[in-house]
Write a protein that binds this ligand. Sequence first.
Ligand SMILES: [Zn+2]
Ligand SMILES: [Zn+2]
Length: 59
Amino acid sequence: MICERCSDNVHFVEKCEYCGKMVCVNCEKSAKRLKKVTRLVICKDCWGKLSVRKKFKSA
Ligand SMILES: [Zn+2]
Ligand SMILES: [Zn+2]
């Protein structure tokens, strides 16, 4: 699979909840569990945007 952020060929990608990109572990800044079933992932790009980061932290 190709990471949509760094274009690396990786085995595992996850969708960033905020920009919708499929990102690899290296591009993932943080992730947390929501309601036990949903995984909330934020990529490094979105983490750099303060408003998005706030949204992630308050989720
Ligand atoms: Zn990547
Ligand atoms: Zn993102």
